[in-house]
Design a protein around this ligand. Structure first.
Ligand SMILES: [Zn+2]
Length: 259
């Protein structure tokens, strides 16, 4: 068995990448841009016992309150501070291109903490999806820990979800939150932002494809404990993911491959 120095390995990688790049450039076919995200473009109104409500965010960064759209009876300003409301949180809106699409609902069930589910569908320039950690800091949250959670799902392999433990930066220590996310695009799914970027580069270079990606996040702001939050997250996703993957309710399409 031969061994190489780190510099030798890095040089080898550079030579391979340059070789593949020149091969790809010589072929010069137009890049195929796929608009198929592999997900339904809407969140269901009900998931088991959970009822999904549309929510609006106060744009005042000192207030940051959220409201159910159906509670506001047509009001477009924050009942607490009077600042205009929007479907985007202020930190997210500042980071994302205007052709980015967002669907979001907060799911409520009697006696259980609320769960906020969002899907960001990338726009034409592929810059719509950032590292989630960047958006969370913009929303005033501190990340205390992170780990990958494999969520068992019916009729397919488990879904790997990045699970962050978060707390509001300026509130009481009791408000422990659980934030889960993963990415889906080009027939692939991954909880890693870096792997997503690597797959995008690979598909563009080798397969001449520029797929749109979607970013799915699930946030439980008052989870109670890490264990309770992760159990809630898994329980909701077990019912929600088959709904998102199916083209029509009740007929699941082939799921993406986890990486
Ligand atoms: Zn407000």
């Amino acid at each position: 068995m031969t061994s190489r120095s780190p510099t030798g390995r890095a040089l080898l990688v550079v030579v391979i990448v340059l070789g593949l790049t020149s091969l790809a450039v010589r072929r010069l076919p137009p890049v195929v841009v796929s608009k198929d995200f592999g997900l339904r473009p809407a969140l269901p109104e009900r998931v088991g016992d959970w009822v999904g409500h549309e929510i609006l965010f106060c744009q005042n960064e000192q207030c940051l309150k959220t409201f159910d759209r159906d509670e506001l009876t047509g009001r477009t300003n924050c009942p607490a501070c009077g600042t205009p409301l929007d479907a985007w949180a202020p930190g997210e809106k500042a980071l994302l291109p205007s052709d980015t699409r967002l669907v979001r609902r907060v799911y409520r069930a009697t006696g259980r903490p609320a769960i906020q589910v969002s899907i960001v569908f990338s726009g034409g320039d592929q810059k719509s999806i950032h590292r989630p950690q960047q958006c969370l800091r913009g929303q005033g949250l501190v990340i205390e820990a992170s780990a990958t959670l494999d969520v068992p799902l019916p009729r397919r392999s488990p879904l790997p979800v990045m699970c962050l433990i978060v707390r509001p930066a300026n509130r009481t220590m009791r408000e422990l939150g659980v934030f889960g996310y993963w990415f889906i695009g080009g027939g692939r799914e991954t909880p890693s932002h870096l792997k997503r970027l690597a797959w995008m580069a690979w598909d563009r270079l080798i397969h001449n494809r520029a797929d749109r990606w979607a970013y799915v996040s699930v946030y439980i702001p008052e989870a109670g404990s890490v264990e309770a939050g992760q159990a809630l997250l898994s329980g909701l996703l077990r019912q929600l993911v088959p709904e998102l993957e199916s083209s029509t309710p009740g007929s699941p399409s082939p799921p993406a491959q986890p990486y």
